[in-house]
Write a new protein. Structure first.
Length: 354
């Protein structure tokens, strides 16, 4: 078995954490007899410096010829004064769009060893294991018409929240398929009491559910969901929602369970998939060898499960990370008194060992 991976280290701590993920994948490759072909390419600030373009044509071509894309992070002060359409972040938006990655998956899992880092009480958070699936290529972030103009002598800004049936169908299907391999519950989040777009969302999700009677479906208004996530986070399994609501709820769900350095993500399309940590390029700690590689490594684990169809390998990595945290290994961002402060490389080594 073989898996061709486009590797995009990007900027800041990107290259440091990418190196960790690749070492872990190499260890996995030995154990499971899978052959990874790593092809490194440029994105973000690094690509701007080398070619003037945050997403060179070559990178995009390579991504389209690969089974999966692993991305670390882009951005930094050096490029902050460039016009918006030539900044590092543009490379990220463009690759998501070009690969038609319509679903963004963000797991929120509470690590018992890290409960100190959660803003919630231990008994509330212990055992939380949820997944937010956010629609990523539609909704109000892309809807037309949009604009800023003068009306009746004053300035107005407006956007359009719009969803087509096919956009709702494909993400609902994905949510039910994923829920089948988890705890078989989907919470669909909308604002159907106020928005027409949400009424359609609810109707289509309910229709798709007919083919998934083994999965429980509940509908929830977004404001209520924001509250329930804090009050009873353990009750959620898969949350599926549109672009705007998902942007907000996925950040909330991430914050529930602790540190930014622990949060992976996957962006999935019909043909392509891209895996990246939730955090950015952390320029404040770049080049020091102290970044937390776990979000990047867990993103690689999501790739193993979803693209490479090796769920056991993904579980191996997750279990190793549990173990390492229980043993008290901590990078600076998750350090607490009484635990062992380690570097990026030491953390990676420990994970591979377990
Ligand atoms: P950030 O996520 O890079 O950093 C926020 C804070 O968390 C910093 O104090 C950082 O040191 C810490 N942090 C983040 N990841 C960490 C890790 N793995 N280990 C230890 N500490 C970690 O967000 P910020 O500071 O808002 O943005 C920095 C740059 O990253 C900007 O140029 C921004 O545009 C870019 N960015 C890129 C993203 C991406 O590539 N997907 C996402 C978010 C921001
Ligand atoms: Mg966000």
């Amino acid at each position: 078995k073989s898996c061709k991976i486009t590797v995009l280290p990007g900027d800041g701590i990107g290259p440091e954490i990418m190196e960790s993920a690749i070492e872990v994948l190499k260890a996995i490759s030995k154990k499971y007899g899978i052959n990874f072909e790593f092809h490194e390419a440029l994105i973000g600030g690094a690509a701007i410096d080398a070619t003037g373009d945050p997403l060179p044509e070559e990178t995009l071509k390579l991504a389209k010829e690969s089974d999966a894309v692993l991305l670390a992070a882009v951005g930094g002060e050096k490029w902050d004064n460039l016009p918006t359409d030539r900044r590092p972040e543009k490379g990220l938006l463009k690759i998501r769009k070009e690969l038609d990655l319509f679903a963004n998956l963000r797991p929120g899992k509470a690590y018992t060893a890290l409960l100190d880092a959660s803003p919630l009480k231990e008994n509330l958070i212990k055992g939380v294991d949820l997944l937010v699936i956010r629609e990523l290529t539609g909704g109000i972030y892309f809807g037309e018409p949009r604009g800023i103009e003068e009306r009746n002598g004053e300035k107005v800004g407006y956007n359009t929240m719009i969803y087509y049936e096919h956009e709702i169908k494909r993400i609902a299907k994905l949510a039910f398929d994923i829920a089948r391999n988890r705890r078989k519950k989907v919470t669909s989040v909308d604002k159907a009491n106020v928005l027409e777009v949400s009424a359609v969302w609810r109707e289509i999700v309910t229709e798709v559910h007919a083919e998934y009677q083994d999965v429980e479906l509940e509908h929830m208004y977004v404001d209520n969901c924001a509250m329930q996530l804090v009050r009873r986070p353990k009750d959620f399994d898969v949350i599926v929602t549109g672009n705007l609501f998902g942007d907000i709820l996925s950040d909330e769900a991430g914050a529930l369970t602790g540190s930014l350095g622990m949060l992976p993500s996957a962006s999935i399309g019909e043909r392509y998939a891209l895996y990246e940590p939730v955090h950015g390029s952390a320029p404040d700690i770049a080049g020091q060898g102290i970044a937390n590689p776990i979000a990047m490594i867990l993103s690689a684990a999501m790739m193993l499960e979803i693209t490479c169809k090796l769920p056991e390998a993904a579980r191996d990595i997750e279990n190793a990370i549990d173990k390492v945290l229980e043993e008290g290994y901590r990078t600076g961002d998750i350090w607490a008194p009484g635990t062992k402060k380690v570097s990026t490389k030491e953390m990676t080594k420990a994970i591979i060992k377990y």
